[in-house]
Ligand binder design. Structure first.
Ligand SMILES: [Zn+2]
Length: 298
């Protein structure tokens, strides 16, 4: 098996310690497997993207010593060849395919309208499902989920997991009111086109995983979805070594405060309870700590 995974930061803020730990985990696994690591920058939502955040991604990857095998190496290369803005047509074509399956419907509700019905944090109450509003009316496109929409996937390195998407997310948006395709669709298509077969992401993205796999099944029913490792989010144990003055623990600020990358590596090892965590001084040490942890697994 030739493994392929990606780092997929969104340039809507400076990279923080949590991002770094995700990158390290992904890098360690893919290097261990002798696979291929891609860099994918999710710049779909232009309203939230800032050039300095894109620049920051390259700077911090460099600082952490994490190399990638495919994807942009600089801001210019990113803008010229890798930006998601260059793939909008591809996303829209897939959107048409999805519309043709009859699984999408037009929703004319504003978020405020339906949240007034169900309360903050509730799921969309499916108000527009039976109305057949036309595309001419301002609104978004949503997916029609069955009462129970169980999505199963292969957990990495072992086991299976499932999640009821109808319960977890409800009829989610595929194209926003302003015309932008949803993150779930773009992410699904990038992973599909670039043939990713291993995703390593935080446990907070479990429902996104299910949403993307649901879309994948509609678009490419024969395609096997990637295996997924959903890791825990960074706990206080992982970042106890740092002062809390900067809440989000941005990497560029840690760097400015004088921390070396080794501090970030140790933080990652502590977070995962890997052996010899306190003795990690280099990326190579971290790799060894990771390898020891794998050996200890039953
Ligand atoms: Zn609606």
């Amino acid at each position: 098996m030739h493994w392929r995974s990606r780092l997929a930061p969104t340039p809507s803020g400076y990279l923080h310690l949590g991002n770094a730990c995700n990158f390290l985990m992904t890098w360690l696994w893919i290097r261990h497997l002798g696979g291929e690591l891609w860099l994918r920058i999710d710049d779909l939502d232009q309203a939230r993207v800032r050039p300095e955040y894109i620049e920051d991604i390259f700077q911090q990857l460099d600082w952490l010593g994490l190399d990638t095998d495919q994807g942009p190496r600089s801001v210019t290369a990113f803008q010229q060849s890798w930006s998601q803005q260059l793939r909008i047509e591809r996303y829209l074509r897939a959107l048409t395919t999805l519309k043709n399956t009859g699984e999408l419907y037009r929703c004319i509700c504003s978020r405020r309208q339906w949240q007034a019905l169900v309360g903050e944090g509730g799921r969309y109450p499916r108000t527009c499902r039976h109305h057949q509003y036309s595309a001419e009316q301002p609104g978004s496109w949503r997916i029609r989920l069955p009462e129970k929409a169980t999505v199963c996937w292969q957990n990495w390195p072992s086991g299976q997991e499932e999640l009821d998407l109808a319960d977890e997310m409800g009829d989610f948006v595929i194209q926003r009111r302003d015309g932008q395709v949803a993150y779930q669709l773009a992410s699904c298509l990038d992973d599909l086109d670039w043939q990713m077969n291993l995703l390593i992401r935080g446990v907070d993205l479990r429902s996104s995983t299910a949403a993307q796999f649901r879309l994948l099944r509609l678009l490419e029913p024969k395609r096997t979805p990637p295996a997924v490792l959903h890791h825990s989010l960074l706990t206080d144990e992982g970042n106890r070594k740092f002062s809390k003055s900067d809440g989000a623990l941005s990497l560029h600020i840690l760097k400015k405060q004088g921390y070396a990358p080794a501090a970030i590596y140790r933080s990652c090892a502590h977070w995962q309870h890997w052996p010899e965590a306190s003795n990690v001084q280099s990326l190579n040490d971290l790799q060894q700590s990771f390898a020891l942890a794998l050996k200890q697994e039953p």
